[in-house]
Design a protein around this ligand. Structure first.
Ligand code: HAM
Length: 420
C-alpha cells in the first residue's frame, strides 16, 4: 500500500466548516479596511531572498527561519516570511500615489518549532500605509485594527504600545543597551549572551526567566527619545485616547523585526494562556523603502495571525461557526435529470441548493438531506414526474409536505425562505 501522505510538520489543512470562519474573518477585515480607503494587494509568495534579508540580520525570521531555495535558473529565492517587505518592494517598483493604503491576506512561512499557535505556515491579514510620516496614520492603522477585532466580537484583547524612536534614536539606544548588557553578561541566560553584543534589542524580547529578571531595570528607549520622536509618540497616544482605543505603554516591546521606527505595538489575547498570545502586531518602518533600494518613503502597518485570532475567538466564544448549510436539498429518484435541472434553476435564482449524486435510494438521499442542515427538501419521484409536480418537505417543522406545480417551485421556495 502506498503511504498516506500527511500535511508537512507545522502546517494544517483548513477544511469546512472551519474554513467558513476564515471566510467570515476575512470578509470583516476587507469591510473594515475597504471602508477606510484601503485596497487589496496581492504579491508573489516568493521573492529574491534579498528582499527579505533587508528586514535585518537581527531578525530571527531572517537569520534562522527562512524557507529559501535556488530555482532552476539558479536564482536564490525565499518564500515570504511576512507581508511587509513584498508590499514595500511593490511600492518601490510601481510608485503609486501616496499615501498608498493597502491590505492583504497571505500565507507566511517560517521554519519555527511548531507549538500551540505557532506554525511553519501561518496566515496573516494585514494592512500597510506608505508614503506619509503623519502620526495620525499610525493612529488610523491601530484604531482600524482595533475595530476589526471588535467587529469579530473579541473583547479580551489588550494593546501594548511602545516607540522605537527615530532611526538615530534607535541606533543610539542599541549602543547604550549593548554597553549596559555588556556589564551584566553573567546575569543573562547563556542563550541570550551572543545577542547582547550582536543584537541587543532582542535581549529585551527574551522570554527566558533569568534574562527577564536581569533586564528589569535596563534603560528604556522611550526614556531617550529625540524631541521629534517624542512629539510623534505623544500625537499617537492623543489620537488613540480620542478614539477610545485603550492601550498600555510597554517599554520592553521591541518586536521581532528590525525595521521598526517610532510606533510599535502588539494586540495580545488575554483569553490565550499560551506564550503565543499575540494576535497581531505592527509598527512604523520609515527606513524600509530606502533599504530596499527605493526613494525614502515612511510607512506604517501591521499583520495579524488568522490562526491565533481564531484560537482567541474560540476561547471567548466569539465568531460562531457559520452553518455553511444550503437552504434547499433536492432529492431525485428518477435518474438525476430533474434533480440536476431543478438544483441549477434554484441556484440561478439566488437560492442556495445542493443535491445528492450516484442515483441513491430515496432513504439514502433523505438521510443526506437531513444531515445537510437544509431547511427545505424538494422531492422528485416517478409520481411527481408523471403529474408535473415536485413535493416540498419542510425539514425543520416535523416533516409537513405538499405538492407544488413544477413552474411554481422557485417562487414558492423563495417566498418560504424569505418568511424565515
Ligand atoms: P509579526 O509580529 O512577525 O509581524 O507577525 C504578525 C502576527 O502574525 C503575529 O502577531 C501573530 O499573530 C502571527 N504570527 C507570526 N508568526 C506566527 C506563527 N509562526 N504561527 C502563527 N501565527 C504567527 C509581521 O509579520 C510584520 N510584517 C507586521 C507588520 C506589518 N509590521 C508592519 N507592517
Amino acid at each position: 500500500m502506498p503511504e498516506v501522505f500527511q500535511a508537512p510538520k507545522g502546517t494544517r489543512d483548513i477544511l469546512p466548516p472551519e474554513s467558513d470562519r476564515w471566510q467570515a474573518l476575512v470578509a470583516v477585515f476587507a469591510d473594515v479596511f475597504g471602508r477606510a480607503g484601503y485596497g487589496l494587494v496581492q504579491n508573489p509568495m516568493f521573492e529574491d531572498i534579498g528582499v527579505f534579508q533587508r528586514l535585518g540580520e537581527g531578525t530571527e525570521v531572517v537569520r534562522k527561519e527562512m524557507y529559501d531555495f535556488f530555482d532552476k535558473g539558479d536564482r536564490h529565492m525565499a518564500l515570504r516570511p511576512e507581508g511587509t517587505a513584498s508590499v514595500v518592494r511593490a511600492f518601490n517598483q510601481h510608485r503609486p500615489t501616496v499615501p498608498w493604503k493597502v491590505w492583504y491576506l497571505t500565507p507566511c512561512f517560517r521554519y519555527e518549532e511548531p507549538q500551540a499557535g505557532r506554525f511553519r505556515q501561518h496566515h496573516q491579514v494585514g494592512a500597510e500605509a506608505i508614503g506619509s510620516a503623519d502620526p495620525d496614520l499610525d493612529v488610523e492603522v491601530i484604531a482600524l485594527q482595533h475595530d476589526f477585532y471588535r467587529a469579530l466580537g473579541l473583547s479580551q484583547l489588550s494593546l501594548r504600545l511602545n516607540s522605537m524612536g527615530s532611526p538615530g534614536d534607535r541606533q543610539a539606544y542599541a549602543g547604550e543597551l549593548a554597553a549596559w548588557l555588556g556589564q551584566r553578561l553573567g546575569d543573562l541566560d547563556e542563550a541570550d549572551r551572543t545577542n547582547a553584543t550582536d543584537h541587543p534589542l532582542r535581549v529585551l524580547d527574551s522570554k527566558r526567566e533569568r534574562t527577564m529578571a536581569a533586564v528589569a531595570d535596563a534603560p528604556f528607549i522611550i526614556d531617550c527619545l529625540s524631541d521629534e520622536a517624542g512629539t510623534h509618540f505623544e500625537r499617537v497616544q492623543a489620537g488613540l485616547n480620542a478614539l477610545g482605543v485603550d492601550y498600555e505603554i510597554d517599554p520592553y516591546l521591541v518586536r521581532g523585526l528590525d525595521y521598526y521606527t517610532h510606533s510599535t505595538w502588539e494586540f495580545v489575547a488575554g483569553a490565550l494562556t499560551s506564550a503565543q498570545n499575540a494576535v497581531g502586531g505592527g509598527g512604523r518602518y520609515d527606513g524600509l523603502a530606502e533599504s530596499l533600494g527605493g526613494k525614502p518613503a515612511p510607512g506604517v502597518g501591521f499583520g495579524a495571525g488568522i490562526e491565533r485570532i481564531l484560537l482567541a475567538a474560540d476561547a471567548e466564544d466569539a465568531l460562531a461557526e457559520a452553518s455553511g448549510a444550503v437552504d434547499v436539498f433536492v432529492v431525485d429518484v428518477t435518474g438525476g435529470d430533474a434533480g440536476r435541472d431543478l438544483t441549477f434553476e434554484l441556484r440561478r435564482n439566488g437560492i442556495s441548493a445542493d443535491r445528492s449524486f450516484d442515483a441513491r435510494s430515496m432513504k439514502a438521499q433523505m438521510k443526506v438531506a437531513d444531515r445537510s442542515g437544509a431547511r427545505l427538501a424538494l422531492l422528485v419521484g416517478e409520481d411527481e414526474v408523471a403529474a408535473g409536480t415536485v413535493t416540498l418537505r419542510d425539514l425543520r417543522s416535523g416533516g409537513g409536505q405538499f405538492a407544488l406545480r413544477r413552474a411554481d417551485v422557485v417562487p414558492e421556495v423563495a417566498q418560504r425562505l424569505a418568511k424565515g
